[in-house]
Design a protein around this ligand. Structure first.
Ligand SMILES: Cc1ncc(COP(=O)(O)O)c(C=O)c1O
Length: 381
């Protein structure tokens, strides 16, 4: 840990724990202490740590072919593109290596479809750290040190009125997280999503849903948009997609399927055989109605029990994407949960704790986590 502080740039605040092994919803640190992981790398290890099918797919593919680049075809990439398109918007797929790159691809695709057009994002949104995604992330603390940002971005309150006054024939795209994860699991209303869809249609603009955190079963449906009935033109996914390996994807609907022409966009590593093999194995696990139903049930159980705990003032979320507000310092609670009760969660704000457990947890894990949270909250004055 001392060496890390010398050799790693200081842009993360790390807790004093070093993990060496993971299995399912459990992690073990360098002292052999076991933890229950209710954050899973911020919604990455949705199928649990080191899922046997993901591990086997990585082993097998790594022994056969690791990299060739995007000038050639590979079977894992093609199969994955087909599966992703078929389980969502039905168009085509551009692979990236992270969430922010999936967002960059969506922004470029929408801009190409309406050149010079404005990109509209919502207050409270988080779309990533690269310049395009950051320009769509209207948070002073994240943007200000890196100004000037990319031109042609505006942000508005997440209200129907604000969308009405902002979206017009100069709008290239509206980008929305159906549930805003980083700002504390703020569930946007179906009415707002419907209004965004109607206004984009009326003005010829592109509707982008950023489902990097909400996607792949996290909210109890494969994609959060399914519940609202609003179908976006472009869908961004990443995080859980690779079963723990880095991959992002832009999935288009029919309208944007051929917007990118050869040379418009690219990425050296994207869609590599190993990460695509891992992702195909991950999809085998989450494309499962029974699993998705259980995500909904366990989410309800967690939310209803959390609402009754000491110091909890509000509980939000859908499926296993949950946050609760406290009348005490959230970071202190998160720290105590980690270091004293060995439960991994995080704070999205000074009063807000977020839970993003693996989707493969059972009721026993949910009750175990609740017990640990109760113990810490009960001990607070
Ligand atoms: C909704 C959303 N979009 C984009 C990103 C950026 O993803 P990445 O960190 O993989 O670049 C995140 C990451 O937290 C996110 O939650």
């Amino acid at each position: 840990m001392a060496a890390a502080d010398v050799y790693l740039t200081p842009n993360y605040s790390r807790f004093p724990v070093e993990f060496v092994r993971g299995e399912g919803a459990r992690l073990w640190d360098s002292e052999g202490v076991e933890y229950l992981d209710f954050l899973c790398g911020i919604s990455v290890s949705s199928v649990g740590h080191c899922h046997p099918a993901v591990v086997a797919a990585i082993h097998e593919q790594a022994a056969r072919l690791i990299h060739v680049g995007n000038l050639y075809y590979t079977e894992p990439m093609t199969r994955l593109a087909e599966r992703l398109a078929r389980c969502s918007l039905g168009g085509k797929v551009f692979f990236a290596n992270s969430g922010t790159e999936a967002v960059e691809a969506a922004l470029k695709c929408a801009r190409k479809a309406r050149q010079g057009g404005t990109i509209v994002s919502l207050h409270g949104a988080f779309h990533g750290r690269t310049y395009g995604a950051l320009s769509a992330t209207p948070q002073e603390s994240k943007q200000a040190p890196f100004a000037p940002l990319v031109g042609g971005f505006v942000s508005v309150e997440p209200t129907i009125d604000a969308l009405h006054t902002t979206i017009d024939e100069h709008t290239a795209a509206v980008i929305i997280e159906p549930i805003q994860g980083e700002s504390g699991v703020i569930v946007l209303s179906d009415e707002l999503l419907v209004a965004a869809r109607e206004l984009c249609d009326a003005n010829g603009a592109t509707l982008i849903f950023d489902e990097i955190q909400t996607g792949l079963g996290r909210t109890g449906t494969l994609w959060a948009y399914e519940r609202s009935g609003v179908i976006p033109d472009l869908l961004c996914t990443a995080k859980a997609l690779g079963g723990g390996l880095p991959i992002g994807a832009l999935i288009t609907g029919e309208r944007h399927a051929d917007t990118f022409a050869p040379g418009d966009h690219g990425s050296t590593f994207a869609g590599g055989p190993v990460v695509c093999a891992a992702t195909n194995a991950m999809l085998d696990v989450v494309l499962d109605e029974v699993l998705l139903e259980r995500v909904g049930e366990l989410g309800e159980l967690l939310r209803s029990r959390l609402a009754g705990l000491r110091h909890v003032t509000q509980v939000r979320g859908r499926g296993l994407m949950i946050a609760f507000d406290l009348d005490i310092d959230a970071l202190a609670v998160v720290r105590r949960l980690l270091l004293e009760r060995r439960l991994i969660v995080n704070a999205t704000g000074p009063r807000t704790v977020r839970l993003l457990p693996p989707l493969v947890i059972g009721e026993g894990d949910a009750l175990d986590a609740l017990e640990r949270i109760t113990a810490v909250l009960d001990a607070e004055p």
